[in-house]
Design a protein around this ligand. Structure first.
Ligand code: BGC
Length: 248
């Protein structure tokens, strides 16, 4: 499907276990077709991942602009880090690679930044002024900072050191599962982390995203941070919608 009108952009969210995509109406923040999810190839090296991105684009018969969210610091299309992905991505020009494989114009951005863009326009951050911090709690912790709705890209607040460890090793969704932490204990780790962030940055709002945001009734009542903390509203599609928004 070619971009039928200017507001259609294909969004792709590249994660550790799945690569998901769909055409998005970027004016309304909704998917125009049912999304397709393809398991992430293992090992998730650039060539193999680019092959899946090309498959997604082909599946939708897409020829218009494409936005891709990826879990790394991304500078002008080039991946600069690889905390939870294959190290061979570091220094890879992802934009050049994906454009060559898809024949589409591609915009690349950090996955948490993408999810944050979607939340700020269509979700829990709508019309919020001042400093808003979106955190995605998944395999790692991703962060997206917004000042008066403007993104400050490529922040890596999940790597802040708390008690000698990166915060994402204690307070991500996978830390809870892997260490079999009871909700209260895990929420304590998250709360300690939020207190540090608010002491350093004084935000107006925290938005918590990632799969675990669906289960907020299990842990939000343990949070004692002074800053309001709300669950993300866009759920699973935030990365896809946000990636498309970035490519608009
Ligand atoms: C990465 C970030 C990413 C986050 C969520 C972290 O480990 O360093 O770039 O946004 O995980 O996927």
């Amino acid at each position: 499907m070619a971009a039928k009108h200017e507001s259609a952009v294909m969004g792709i969210d590249i994660g550790g276990s799945g690569i998901k995509g769909a055409p998005v109406d970027v004016e309304r923040g909704v998917l125009l077709e049912e999304r397709l999810r393809i398991p992430t190839p293992q090992p998730a090296r650039p060539k193999a991942v680019a092959g899946v991105v090309a498959d997604l684009v082909r599946h939708f018969g897409w020829t218009g602009p494409v936005g891709c969210a990826f879990p790394a610091v991304i500078d002008d299309g080039v991946m600069r880090t690889a905390a939870n992905v294959d190290k061979s991505w570091i220094g890879t020009d992802g934009r050049e690679l994906f454009e060559r494989r898809t024949n589409c114009r591609v915009t690349l951005l950090n996955d948490a930044d993408a999810a944050g863009l979607a939340e700020m326009l269509f979700g829990a951050g709508r019309a919020r002024q001042g400093l808003v911090i979106m955190l995605t709690l998944g395999t790692g912790i991703g962060s997206a900072l917004f000042m008066d709705g403007h993104l400050v890209p490529n922040t890596e607040l999940g790597h802040l050191i708390v008690r000698g460890q990166a915060a994402e090793k204690r307070a991500s969704a996978s830390a809870r599962k892997e260490q079999a932490l009871p909700w209260e204990k895990w929420a304590g780790h998250l709360d300690e982390y939020l207190h540090i962030l608010e002491d350093l940055l004084n935000p107006k709002l925290f938005i918590l995203g990632g799969g675990v945001s669906k289960k907020h009734e299990k842990y939000l009542h343990y949070i004692t941070a002074d800053t309001p903390v709300v669950p993300a509203e866009m759920r699973n599609d935030a990365g896809i919608v946000g990636a498309a928004l970035a490519a608009k």
